[in-house]
Design a protein around this ligand. Structure first.
Ligand code: G
Ligand code: MN
Length: 379
């Protein structure tokens, strides 16, 4: 049990934090703003303080500095939705802040972060309090990732998806790409974001770039976007992340994978229906690559089924692969869905897929992901 002081000017956030932390047996004291916060800090007696960055009556960083002076033993956590890196890093380096939690966060993440902090604090001599910069490696990584995601080096490149019969462009899959020397691969970005619980920041950055593409692409072009399974953990957060895309949701197809089902076996249907209610279409990605693809196929009622490159590769030479894709096409027809064959690299693969009746294709044969697809593809 810890005595936790929570200083934030928003009632809703206070309520969420209180109910999350009380579940772990903590005692939470609320202060609605800086002035109330200062009075409680003066009175003392807290193990950990959660402080909002921007409040109408003052700056949370000042309260954290005050906390450090008055209650050096109290763990100090900054909550901020503004990636004001310089100020935040300054506070970390001055040891005013032990950890930064980026807003918005869900209760699960908050509880986990606080558990880590409180566990560390009880390690005695190795405690965070004895080593105020103990979390600085992680904070450096956070700052690096935020920096990359907010820089022009982070892009959403487009790869065309074409109609098999006419070659016309149905739309594009948006694929994140980074030109940053320290994090050049999308897999590195995702791994780091998973570890630092920063997938939301990645998602928001992708959504902003996707919205910019929707403004530029012709209205009939669809934009396919990959959803990370963990993003379905908190639907309100996902909805706010997708906010900039909602006005054009009818043009956006969200790609989900079997891993979503592994994560949410019982409630996935409800979650996916919520995305559909916002106007988005769904595609089942990596069909045949994962374990739970078939269950998801039954539950998600996707508008598109994307067949993975593992099945498409050399399909002209394999009866079994052809039969499998035929079967998927039949299923798709019966459920008002369309099949997209992904990772098509050769003419032989494309013509075998055409013979089967696959309506849409994507792959290097038709175009690589590019920062600026050829203008002819827009028309
Ligand atoms: O799992 P998902 O379908 O979202 O993966 C898309 C990835 O596949 C992208 O990184 C993209 O660059 C890659 N890709 C797209 N087309 C091809 C292709 O024709 N061949 C191969 N090997 N990879 C491709
Ligand atoms: Mn995909």
């Amino acid at each position: 049990m810890a005595r936790i002081l929570c200083i934030d000017d928003e009632h809703g956030i206070q309520r969420m934090i209180r109910s999350a932390l009380e579940r772990d047996g903590h005692v939470v004291t609320e202060a609605l703003g800086c002035t109330a916060g200062r009075l409680l800090i003066a009175a003392g007696g807290y193990d950990l303080a959660l402080v909002d960055r921007r409040m109408p009556d003052g700056d949370g960083l000042e309260l954290l500095a005050l906390l450090r002076a008055r209650m050096p033993g109290c763990i100090r956590v900054l909550m901020t939705g503004f990636l004001d890196i310089e100020a935040v890093m300054g506070a970390i380096n001055n040891a005013e802040v032990h950890r930064v939690i980026e807003k918005p966060f869900d209760s699960q993440r908050l509880r986990q972060e606080l558990r880590e902090l409180l566990d560390d604090a009880h390690l005695g001599t190795r405690s965070l309090l004895a080593h105020p910069l103990g979390s600085s490696v992680q904070e450096d990584e956070r700052a690096l990732l935020s920096g990359v995601l907010h820089s022009a080096a982070f892009r959403l490149d487009l790869q065309p998806i074409v109609t098999a019969s006419s070659g016309q462009t149905l739309g594009f899959e948006g694929l994140m790409r980074s030109g940053h020397p320290r994090l050049p691969l999308p897999t590195q970005i995702l791994e780091l974001a998973e570890r630092l619980h920063m997938l939301r920041t990645v998602g928001r950055s992708v959504a902003a770039r996707a919205a910019a593409w929707l403004d530029r692409l012709p209205p009939q072009a669809r934009l396919f976007l990959n959803v990370h399974p963990e993003e379905l953990d908190d639907m309100s957060a996902l909805q706010s992340q997708l906010e900039p895309l909602i006005p054009a949701a009818g043009r956006v197809v969200l790609e989900i994978t079997g891993a979503c089902h592994d994560r949410w076996p019982e409630v996935l249907g409800v979650r996916l229906r919520r995305l559909k209610a916002l106007g988005f279409s769904l595609a089942l990605d990596d069909m045949a690559a994962g374990q739970s693809g078939l269950v998801l196929l039954a539950e998600a009622e996707p508008a598109f089924i994307k067949v993975d490159r593992s099945i498409v590769q050399d399909i002209q030479g394999s009866n079994r692969k052809r039969r499998l894709v035929e079967l998927l096409c039949t299923f798709a027809q019966m459920t008002q869905a369309d099949v997209i064959a992904g990772g098509v690299e050769t003419d032989a693969e494309a013509s075998a897929l055409r013979n089967i009746g696959v309506p849409y294709m994507q792959g290097y044969l038709f175009g690589r992901p590019a920062p600026e697809p050829p203008a002819a593809l827009y028309a």
